[in-house]
Design a protein around this ligand. Sequence first.
Ligand code: F6P
Length: 428
Amino acid sequence: MRVDLGNALETTPGLTTETLDGLDDRVAAAHDRIAAGMADDEFGYAALTLPETADPDAIRAAVDGFDRPEAVLTVGIGGSALGAATLSNALESDVDAYVLDNVDPDDARALLADLPLGETVVNVVSKSGTTAETLANFLVVREAMTDAGVDWTERTLVTTGEEGNLRELADRHDLPSLPVPDGVPGRFSALSTVGLAVAALQGHDVEAVLAGGRDGMDALAGSLYESPAYAYGAATYALAERGALTNAVMPYAESLETFAEWFAQLWAESLGKDGLGQTPARALGATDQHSQLQLYRAGPPDKLVTLVRPTERADVSIPQTDLDGLAYLGGSSLGGLLDAEFEATEASLAAAGVPNVRVEIDRVDERALGELLFGMEAACVLYGELASVSTFTQPAVEWGKKAARGLLGGGDFAEAEAVAEKRELRID
Ligand SMILES: O=P(O)(O)OC[C@H]1O[C@](O)(CO)[C@@H](O)[C@@H]1O
């Protein structure tokens, strides 16, 4: 993973080399704090040791009990689904991967109608084992399998904590199961059983993903000038301090679109604390040049754009044409056009004084993805240290969970009563 901060200097908001120099002592101190937390396996910091502590043999042992499936359906939400989805949507496999995270009946019905349930492994994941969406979806999937004459106990892998509903289900039915890593919030668990079981079922090189994560560990250092991850974390923090309260993450690769979704949870749920934070906006290049770029260039000076790309990619030639107006395209390639648009967008943002940071990986493969996931996790942890926020908790999400549960009769919660007090101004 390589980071180029050049287009975040002298912009609005913007950084200077003096700003970065002045921040580097704090980066060094934060690195020491992070390193100590990793060494002591402290809650949260333990996530950054996963490339060394994750056990690929245990993951493979859990999935090897299944015949190679036609499809894998992950039933999970947030960090329990996005890490696996980032890898499965980035890497090619003849084993199709699907995610049922939301509780949209139309989506669930359509997905279950299309799945070859007898040839599908259901990968149900929940660290807590209490997440309503995941448990509701699993009960629906289990019934669909039963209705299809499929023995769900033969097709289900459970990844969950030591206690809770899913652990009880796995024990009761002697299901193959995997533990979730101790002390690791779900959004930081991509490089663990939570994110890697699907990759193993799809035949991807799990060891290579972890090797990439170790590359990221090795690249951590006591200076932002020696660590791409810390450079990104420090620069995004400093830009937020100067008013860049939105971070539009714009990968120029369809295979990295889900990575932006994964990044959004990591950044929002870790850093949105105490009235602080930086809103992740999910974008995709080149498509969103025709959608959001107008706002990025000419809207409020309150954002930075993170441009992500692989520097090597398979390509498709653009045929020659007899149309004079298209002659510049003929003989070029789609990848060549995509890279030209990447660089043009980067320059157009700089010309408008909009800070943008370039993040590059060599290619979209297991090792590079492992390093990218690790690098952004480390960047997030550093940002949290600099901002002095509680990076690894997410207390704000509990209010809505209680309200929804109360509305469904799952307990007496004041939050549910508050729902009935909604202020109305209806315009029909
Ligand atoms: O893995 P679990 O416990 O089902 O949680 C799923 C997601 O819900 C959250 O706890 C937020 O509600 C996320 O942090 C987490 O990734």
